[in-house]
Write a protein that binds this ligand. Sequence first.
Ligand SMILES: NC(=O)c1ccc[n+]([C@@H]2O[C@H](COP(=O)([O-])OP(=O)(O)OC[C@H]3O[C@@H](n4cnc5c(N)ncnc54)[C@H](O)[C@@H]3O)[C@@H](O)[C@H]2O)c1
Length: 369
Amino acid sequence: MYLEIDYYVLLQKFLVVFVCFALLWKIIRYLLNLLNMEKDPVIVLVTGAAGQIGYALAPMIARGVMLGPDQPVILHMLDIEPSKEALEGVKMELIDAAFPLLKGVVATTDVVEACTGADIAVMVGGFRRKEGMERKNVMSKNVSIYKAQASALEEHAAANCKVLVVANPANTNALVLKEFAPSIPEKNITCLTRLDHNRALGQISEKLGVQVNDVKNVIIWGNHSSTQYPDVSHATVTTNSGEMSVSKLISNDQWLKTQFITTVQQRGAAIIKVRKLSSALSAASAACDHIRDWVLGTPQGTWTSMGVCSDGSYGIPAGLIYSFPVTCAKGEWSIVPGLKIDEFSRTKMDATANELMEEKSLAYSCLEE
Ligand SMILES: NC(=O)c1ccc[n+]([C@@H]2O[C@H](COP(=O)([O-])OP(=O)(O)OC[C@H]3O[C@@H](n4cnc5c(N)ncnc54)[C@H](O)[C@@H]3O)[C@@H](O)[C@H]2O)c1
């Protein structure tokens, strides 16, 4: 039988298939391009950038330790007039390091220039206690620094700027910043207790001889001071037989309730004693951990510790900047709810809250002068 071929229809079908393939190819190439496309740079402000922590922190940010290896950054570094030259030196070294992710560096003593457009603000600059100085004098100097910088951030930073206060007294500096920058959402103002959290993880890993990344869910409650309460009641270690409680594995309640707590509380002083300088590398690394988890999220089933504005959870007075266990997702932190608190923990949590209340009154009395 003779088969009649309609060449016209065949050609039409061929053309339709060809166009479909061409379109599909274009879509695939577009999607691949999207994946490879460089993200817009994020502006990260670091105050006190000429100091010890600043010097360790700036290269970490420029290398992607804080925001990830695919996130370009522009660094805004602020310091005060006496540190202007040293700050310029940090900028020169950042240029010399040729960090591919670093798209710009501003080194300035002008707080407005530094705050302009900041998406993330890491507040390391502050007044340090000098020998013989009264606590109130130190508080007074920091309160006025944080009051002024709050206004600059409020007026010139990006609308959703995330703020991390590192400078001591960290919780109370953050509280002052929150009070004087009312248009910044209070959820965006935090302080650093991640260093204490990491110190607690380190102590448990050393004691048990396990890898530090196998230990999780320790908690730092309260103030970044020697009244903080490092709590392992809910902490676990990943072992070959599954997740096991730290308290059970250590099986030495006395050590956990005494030596462990004081070691973490006084680790800063212990570092100063041997290094003759305060912690800088570990503080910078903790600041990166804090922001990275906040922006990119905490791993599933894991929480971290952050100084955040209390909503009254766990009976802590609302409005205080207090360190809680938090999880982070989609750029937001949430306090871990419903943890069981025994009497020992309750006493410790209240003691550190009381210290924060006292610091708050001291800060307010400085503001009234
Ligand atoms: N929260 C924590 O876990 C933690 C840990 C370690 C240190 N800290 C605190 O971090 C702060 C910085 O520590 P460091 O070792 O880098 O101190 P540092 O003295 O080496 O540096 C502080 C820098 O801040 C600058 N500075 C002072 N006033 C400023 C202002 N108004 N604006 C901008 N910059 C200003 C100084 O010139 C200096 O360069 C201290 O307050 C320290 O106690 C906190």
